[in-house]
Design a protein around this ligand. Structure first.
Ligand code: ADP
Length: 265
């Protein structure tokens, strides 16, 4: 059993009802894309949502949210940047891009502590925290020290990615962090011309692994040009057309996630 001193407790963020980590076994599976889309989708349901980018190795969320400015400091506090109904902060605002990777790990807890305590988060229903990819020391420390409501694990359907999921789930279980569910990203491709579905990276692995590991399966996200373009352009798909099939996927996932959180003991 891994135990850790809970340096940050609920007293520190009294206005935040739920802190949800978004994790993945490895990079490039779409963890940031899913974090951004879930945040915007939850905000669309009327919830008050914050998004905290702690991916020290590649803080891409400001780009995906179309943010170029730096946060303002008012008094002693950093003011989150509000975009598409979501309050955002990124560790990228605090760690210079040219900081060598090897220094970033040790800096992370200090920076995350600041991102939680020195930021004017206000009252939020959900604070989504995009973790760095993988299940190493950085993620372990974060999961130990931040009072998480639970964690969502993003994976692609390949077996290799799924092995990492097993590792991730076992780490969070050891830390007593509830697993809110697994999301399978880039799950299938639907041809925009003929509508035929292709399982590019095979399919169903996330759901099968969830069953085997006895964790909820929240749903699947197709590999889709509009999702990628929305990320690159800083305009998540939900922003322009909340009725598109892509947007509905994320609205559905947000509903599943909210329901799962409400059912926690
Ligand atoms: P991670 O945070 O896991 O490293 P990203 O969210 O940065 O992954 O995604 C990696 C790349 O894959 C980005 O270019 C992103 O736009 C793209 N991508 C992620 N999910 C999808 C998807 N469902 N369909 C198309 N492209 C996607």
């Amino acid at each position: 059993m891994v135990t850790g001193e809970q340096v940050l407790n609920k007293e520190i963020l009294p206005g935040v009802k739920n802190i949800i980590a978004i994790a993945s076994g490895k990079g490039g599976v779409g963890k940031s894309t899913v974090s951004v889309s879930l945040a915007v989708a939850l905000a669309r349901t009327g919830a008050r949502v914050g998004l905290l980018d702690t991916d020290i190795y590649g803080p891409s969320i400001p780009i995906m949210m179309g943010i170029t400015e730096k946060p303002e400091i008012r008094g002693e506090k950093l003011i989150p940047i509000v975009k598409y109904g979501v309050s955002l902060m990124s560790i990228g605002f605090m760690i210079a891009e040219d900081t060598p990777l090897i220094w970033r790990g040790p800096m992370v807890m200090k920076a995350v502590e600041q991102l939680l305590t020195d930021v004017e988060w206000g009252n939020l229903d959900y604070l989504l925290m995009d973790l760095p990819p993988g299940t190493g020391d950085v993620q372990l420390t974060l999961a130990q020290k931040v009072p998480l409501t639970g964690v969502v694990i993003v994976t692609t359907p390949q077996d290799v990615a799924l092995l990492d999921v097993v590792r991730g789930i076992s780490m969070f279980r050891k830390l007593d962090v509830p697993i809110l569910g697994v999301i399978e990203n880039m799950s299938f491709f639907r041809c925009p011309h003929c509508g035929e579905r292709s399982d590019i990276f095979s399919h169903g692995g996330g759901e099968a692994a969830s069953k085997k590991l006895d964790v909820p399966f929240l749903g699947e996200v197709p590999i889709d040009l509009k999702i990628r373009e929305g990320g690159d352009a800083g305009r998540p798909v939900l922003v322009d057309d909340s009725e598109s099939p892509q947007s509905k996927v994320f609205m559905n996932l947000a509903e599943q996630l909210a329901a799962r959180i409400s059912s926690l003991p």
